[in-house]
Design a protein around this ligand. Structure first.
Ligand SMILES: NC(=O)c1ccc[n+]([C@@H]2O[C@H](COP(=O)([O-])OP(=O)(O)OC[C@H]3O[C@@H](n4cnc5c(N)ncnc54)[C@H](O)[C@@H]3O)[C@@H](O)[C@H]2O)c1
Length: 396
């Protein structure tokens, strides 16, 4: 059972508290910090939290087991540093830092204080992602070649996201961090991400940061992670992933059109699902948002790990790697070239082999491709191993 100090009473603080306290959960938020006493009190009343404070230090030093940072990006480092100094376990929401420099300092702070740490990257814990990761790791789609991950919606819900200084970036940092970690999880977190090429632009909103971007992250084994992010997409929140391997494909759809579709001429009178744009007409509600977004399984892993003194699936090291990839994406957006990912600390494998494999057809040939044609005949495309000549054989 964990007792928690929660810093922040906004959207993510509410989602986290729902996940932590739902049903007959053993874990509970005991202390909540907000800038305003009224908001802290309202939150405490709604979620049955004992202590509501406007003093962050009081929340951090309270008699609880773990501090959860659910504050805007510019406050993550301050909160994490204070929690580490107080000797408290700390879980921090995404992105870990506004850039890799901040993230690295946070990693060093928790490691030198010797406190447990978790990176709250919920989207690698969605039920569909967990199932897909299990399938990929059991070899069901062969070597992963390409992971395409998309998060697009009409833009965030609070002022600070749109402020470059406070947020640290636009759609790439806000949502690309999810997509990057999803791709990294499928490709292998021990495979080094080496370089990035990225397009980004401010297409719609009057802001200094990008509201739309597409990037490709190249891994040392030749696999590609592709992220597609937008704050200009209309129609709700589109969360989709595609995993392509040498032996199969997986398509995941986490939010829109996931199985529940309804039409309401009169409207639902308010909230339908996160970032839904309308409450009437054709609607796509989500049965259990907290579980579908991964919060339930994420906290189960984080808190089980705390109980058993082992690292969770996602910790600050992962947050730092993601920030380093995001930094290189911003450099590429400016330079319009592939940019190297700087990783002063790398704990994964070195000298990995390229993904993909060739199948011998006979002593002289390797098989390029085989296909059954509309006339029922089987066509084999072959390459001669010594001459390189490409030929075809038709059978059947
Ligand atoms: N899926 C996810 O993992 C996910 C989703 C949304 C947000 N987030 C992350 O959670 C963090 C908070 O986002 P949110 O959506 O809850 O934002 P929000 O605007 O809804 O809430 C932010 C909270 O911080 C407080 N706050 C704002 N400025 C402050 C200041 N200067 N000092 C102290 N408190 C201040 C606000 O009052 C509010 O309680 C961000 O880092 C964001 O990236 C993660």
């Amino acid at each position: 059972m964990a007792q928690i100090s929660l810093l922040g009473t906004g959207l993510i603080g509410s989602f986290y508290t729902q996940a932590l306290q739902r049903g007959r959960s053993r874990d509970s938020v005991e202390v909540v910090y907000s800038r305003s006493q009224d908001r802290a009190n309202d939150f405490a009343t709604k979620w049955n939290v004992d202590v509501a404070t406007t003093d962050m230090q009081v929340a951090i030093e309270a008699d609880t087991d773990v501090v959860i940072v659910a504050l805007p990006n510019d406050l993550h480092e301050q909160a994490v540093t204070a929690a580490a100094a107080a000797g408290k376990a700390v879980f921090c929401t995404k992105p870990l830092g506004r850039n890799a420099e901040e993230a690295l300092r946070m990693l060093q702070a928790v490691e030198s204080a010797g406190v447990a740490h978790g990176y709250l990257e919920d989207l690698v814990y969605t039920p569909k992602t967990l199932k897909a990761l299990q399938s990929v790791r059991s070899g069901s789609i062969g070597d992963v070649l390409w992971v395409r991950s998309r998060e697009t919606h009409p833009g965030p819900h609070s002022d600070w996201f749109w402020d470059k200084q406070r947020a640290g970036g636009g759609a790439i940092l806000d949502m690309g961090c999810h997509c990057i970690e999803i791709a990294r999880s499928f490709i292998g977190k021990d495979i080094r991400p080496v370089e990035v090429v990225c397009w980004g632009d401010t297409q719609v909103h009057p802001i200094e940061t990008e509201d739309h971007a597409i990037g490709m992250v190249k891994y040392e084994n030749g696999a590609i992670g592709q992220f597609e992010v937008s704050w200009s997409f209309r129609g709700g929140m589109d969360l989709r992933d595609e995993i392509s391997g040498t032996g199969g494909t997986i398509w995941l759809n986490h939010w829109l059109r996931t199985g529940m579709e309804m039409f309401s001429a009169d409207g639902m009178d308010g909230y339908v699902a996160e970032k839904a744009e309308s409450d009437r007409g054709w609607l796509f509600p989500v049965g259990d948002e907290v579980a579908a977004l991964g919060y339930t399984d994420m906290f189960a892993d984080m808190l089980d790990s705390l109980d058993h003194r082992r690292p969770p699936v996602e910790d600050f090291y992962d947050g730092y790697i993601v920030n380093a990839i995001v930094d290189a994406s911003y450099r590429s957006m400016q330079s319009k070239r592939w940019e190297t990912i700087d990783l002063p600390i790398w704990r994964g494998r070195e000298d990995v082999q390229r993904v993909g494999c060739h199948r011998d057809f006979d002593d002289q040939h390797v098989l390029i491709k085989e296909e059954t044609m509309p006339d029922g005949k089987r066509k084999l495309i072959l390459r001669n191993k010594s001459t390189g000549e490409v030929s075809q054989r038709v059978t059947g």
